[in-house]
Design a protein. Structure first.
Length: 172
């Protein structure tokens, strides 16, 4: 192999590696992960959200979505780790507090779950789903009075599920 052929081969290798690395960065792995999450391909979604995080380690949303994917697979401890990182990067994410609160409740950390819903309510006190979830955790903790008040507030904010919980568990 002459020097010219060697340099040409080396240049092609460099271009190939550079193009591959660049292409990997411009692929929207978060979008692909969300699409996989929607069709319940949770393992595939986790892989794509992990790639999105590798491309942008400060992307709070990708950690949240990966946490959701892990929770859907039943890995609540793993999801909590991702939710923690997401909230470390962006501590105002109501959706992540809600997701982590649910995961904590599923692991038996009812007090932790209540604190997460409290944090979400403090950020925005007008989200029905947060009150519904808070009510569920309060019910699990044995505080049906607060649970009923939460479900009433959720219903006022438009949550349809609260009605059946109120009629089943709360006496007027």
């Amino acid at each position: 192999m002459n020097l010219r052929s060697f340099l040409l081969a080396l240049l092609l290798i460099i271009i190939s590696v550079t193009t591959s690395a660049y292409t990997d960065k411009i692929i929207d792995y978060q979008k692909i992960g969300i699409e996989k999450l929607e069709i319940e391909n949770f393992s595939g979604a986790i892989i794509d959200f992990t790639k999105a995080i590798a491309n942008n380690p400060n992307d709070a949303a990708s950690y949240n979505y990966r946490g959701v994917s892990k929770a859907k697979k039943g890995d609540f401890d793993g999801s909590i780790i991702d939710y923690n990182k997401s909230l470390e990067l962006d501590p105002k994410q109501i959706e992540t507090y809600n997701n982590r609160g649910i995961a904590k409740a599923r692991t038996g950390d009812i007090n932790g779950s209540i604190l997460d819903f409290d944090a979400a309510i403090e950020i925005n006190p007008n989200i029905a789903n947060t009150y519904f979830n808070h009510g569920m955790s309060m019910d699990m903790s044995g505080d049906l009075v607060t649970a009923c008040a939460d479900w009433e507030r959720a219903m006022e904010l438009g949550d349809k599920n609260s009605t059946q919980f109120i009629s089943k568990n709360c006496s007027s």
